[in-house]
Design a protein around this ligand. Structure first.
Ligand code: KG4
Ligand code: ZN
Length: 429
């Protein structure tokens, strides 16, 4: 079964085509195409995502991304000149105009492009309906509706966080505890040798807007057992990076700085200091691990953010050049976040007798989180608990993961009514 998927919940415009097999019991996928256009550079200038700008960019770029996605998967079949010259019927035109009335740039491109191609042989269209930025979500939804109308295909509505969980299903054969190196990014999956994910599973979902621990009894049966009470893990990376004058998004920047710190030999000078001198330096570089010992599975990262703020203020007052210490501070911020995430995940896995742990969301691209959770699972859980890490490329926002989650809904016959689709910014699992 082939699904065309659309993702526009934040600052990535993405269209993918995935082929799903195996049903709900043992779903597996082949990614036929997964085109992602990131708006990061645009938003970086403002230090974060600007919703109306994101919406406009999706609107401008979706047709181009669709075309690329169809071409990559060999689904792009142009019509002959004769057929192109046949106009879209007036009655159809009226409906398309109505569906895309709030996306004038998309409408214009849609009307130019669609008559030139034949409907692709897909079975359904999957689209993210939330959580995310509502203006951005709407563009994807209306685009899905217009495509579904012109091609006469059913639509399935997908929760973005379910997409992040389903990303593990896109992995190529032999998912196991040991998938290294992560730098070897996998885009093509194969149907063979695929290990079946065993339930119950604990999913740690960590993105820019969410930090959740989810108990999965089977695909489609999710229970949030803990979540952040304030900032998300990714948000904490982004906000502390900003305090250190590092560009948006902060996660990869902090990770890079921390890696630099780890790489420096102890006696190598960074600024005026050696690493050994820095580590001995008396001021308090130790950051808190908020809620690490709390009995529940909730998180709180705003206290960590505030601790960084105070620490930097203190350093400034003491005329310490913060730039010299940035790699060291980043290392500590990253480690504090990683410690809390791993401790709670392992504890949840023990308590719920998890047979597997799934990682998802942009922060799951973090190398230290990946390496350290792997070690923690090996150290603290029985050998039968498998850890599933999507390749780093599939942890950040992309439409293939929406296609995978969409397939699970198609199998369930869980189709949406086109005119009832709504963007829900804070949609829960
Ligand atoms: O899932 P995602 O792409 O978008 C949302 O749904 O929010 O996650 C984006 C978040 C950002 O906060 C970004 O800083 C963080 O993921 N991120 C990372 C890394 N790559 C992306 N955080 C830590 N280390 C990384 N390597
Ligand atoms: Zn996301």
């Amino acid at each position: 079964m082939k699904i065309l998927a659309i993702e526009t919940s934040c600052d990535e415009t993405s269209v993918a085509i995935v082929e799903g097999k195996g049903g709900l019991k043992n779903p597996s996928f082949e990614i036929l195409s997964n085109i992602v256009l990131s708006q990061i550079k645009l938003h970086a200038h403002w230090g974060g995502v600007v919703p109306m700008m994101a919406k406009r960019e999706h609107s401008k770029n979706l047709i181009n991304i669709l075309e690329k996605s169809l071409r990559k998967s060999s689904f792009l079949i142009s019509k002959s000149e004769f057929l192109i010259s046949k106009q879209i019927q007036n009655s159809k035109l009226r409906i398309i105009n109505k569906i895309l009335e709030r996306e004038p740039e998309l409408l214009e491109r849609f009307l130019k492009f669609m008559p030139t191609i034949k409907p692709p042989k897909i079975d359904a269209i999957a689209v993210t309906v939330g959580p995310g930025l509502e203006p951005a979500l709407w563009v994807g939804i209306n685009f899905a509706r217009a495509l579904a109308f012109v091609w006469n295909k059913p639509i399935v509505a997908v929760n973005h966080m379910e997409g992040h969980m389903a990303a593990v299903l896109l992995q190529n054969g032999g998912i196991s505890n040991f998938q290294f190196p992560i730098s070897k990014q996998i885009t093509k999956s194969n149907f063979k040798n695929k290990k079946q994910i065993k339930f119950p599973s604990i999913a740690l979902l960590v993105s820019g807007g969410h930090t959740e621990l989810v108990l999965i009894k089977k695909w489609g049966d999710y229970k949030i057992i803990g979540q952040t009470r304030d900032d998300a893990a990714g948000e904490c990376f982004d906000k502390t990076a900003r305090m250190l004058e590092l560009p948006y998004p902060g996660g990869p920047q902090i990770a890079k700085q921390a890696e630099n710190f780890k790489k420096y030999p102890l006696t190598f000078r960074m600024g005026g200091w050696t690493r050994r001198e820095m580590e001995k330096e008396a001021f308090n570089i130790k950051l808190p691990r908020p809620m690490i010992d709390s009995k529940d599975y909730d998180f709180s990262f705003s206290g960590l953010k505030t601790a960084v703020l105070y620490m930097l203020r203190d350093m400034k007052e003491r005329h310490i050049n913060i730039g010299d210490f940035t790699p060291m501070i980043c290392n500590e911020i990253q480690q504090a976040i990683v410690d809390v995430l791993i401790t709670k995940t392992i504890r949840a896995a023990k308590e719920f007798g998890a047979k597997s742990i799934i990682l998802g969301g942009g922060v799951a691209a973090n190398y230290e989180l990946r390496v350290q959770i792997k070690k923690a699972v090996a150290r603290e859980l029985t050998k039968t608990t498998a850890l599933y890490l999507p390749s780093a490329k599939l942890t950040t926002d992309n439409a293939a993961m929406i296609g995978a989650a969409g397939y699970l809904h198609v199998i369930n016959g869980d189709f949406a009514k086109s005119d009832k689709l709504v963007a829900k910014g804070n949609l829960g699992l």
